[in-house]
Design a protein around this ligand. Sequence first.
Ligand code: NAD
Ligand code: UD1
Length: 357
Amino acid sequence: MAVLVTGGAGYIGSHTCIELLNEGYEIIVLDNFTNSNPESLKRVEEITGKIFKTYEVDLLDKESVKEVFETNNIESVLHFAGLKAVGESVSLPLSYYQNNITGTVILCEIMQEYGVKNLVFSSSATVYGTPDKVPIKEDSKLGATNPYGRTKHMIEEILRDVAFSDPSWSIALLRYFNPIGAHVSGRIGEDPNGIPNNLMPYISQVAAGKRQQLQIFGNDYPTKDGTGVRDYIHVVDLAVGHLKALEKVQYTKGIDTFNLGTGIGYSVLEMVETFEQVSGRTVPYSITERRSGDISICYADPNKAREQLNWQATRGIEKMCEDTWRWQYHHPNGYDNKLNINNERTPVQHAAGFFNV
Ligand code: NAD
Ligand code: UD1
């Protein structure tokens, strides 16, 4: 019996594949590589010493997804596949609704058809919009403020309807806070396309000399030092959280929601200082205008996951910065050390067990 990992070549998916393989799970990866590189999967195989099947398939291609279920004995699905860039979702809302929502509906239709009803879904703290108070509990009011966030909120609602219609489904909605860091080997990590939108990849590229300076988006927030506060969580802690959620969906029924965060908020300046200490590099910065749509402070109440999933984050921000830096230092161009003349990625060798349907 296998666990299907959609979006398994991506940042969080690839780290979760390692934890799954190390725990002895058989996995199958489905990805269209729209925002990832098959090299990540090759490295997952190298790190774990295990091989697995990979399907280069788009979730919107129903027949090909069906073929994956037809030819494998799938028991549960970890569903990471989706588009995630907030700014892009504002300019391309229909692509986001089509990819994220239709992709999830197609996946669920096929799961239903094949009697596979265990699902762990990648939601986001972005569904809370502007929180009334912190720490944020799972029953706080929801209200995403951009199309990307609304796809997550809508998918949560769709999955609730699915679980309500058929009590044999078992679904965990995981609301991630701010995943950062990389595998301790330094062999896999976050590989953003172009200019990073998020803080940690931007800081690490400045430290590496790839970008001149960080722009800090506002220092007049009502926080400890005026800069925005977030709940950064090590991607490996997050990956382990998926294993705990998987155990839960395999042994219970119904649908439930869990925050995956540390419960601790750090400011932008605290992150910069810690990164400088850990890397021994300076991170020049300037203070600029607030970024539109940003909130001042956001951190999780992670107690429900601790009590019901027996999970809690164990890695602190020094470790998060150290592991980010190891990955950045050894991979200044992410997975692709050979950019072609147009600054495009060159194709890399596929992992073993690679299938095109
Ligand atoms: P990522 O972009 O690195 O990984 C997503 C993967 O899904 C990529 O490999 C991409 O190629 C694949 N994909 C996208 N659309 C697909 C489709 N139609 N068919 C097949 N594959 C497809 O992103 P990530 O950071 O690893 O995030 C994983 C999930 O977690 C996403 O759903 C994201 O929205 C969610 N999430 C991420 C964060 C974050 O900060 N990284 C925070 C909260 C939630
Ligand atoms: C962003 C997304 C959110 C998504 C989350 C995790 C927006 C508006 N929100 O949130 O939907 O779930 O990423 O992927 O994009 N910062 C700087 N300079 C930078 C980058 C960031 O000062 O160059 C600051 C931000 O103002 C914020 C903090 O750093 O205070 C963290 O930013 P970021 O990493 O983008 O995460 P979120 O804002 O939480």
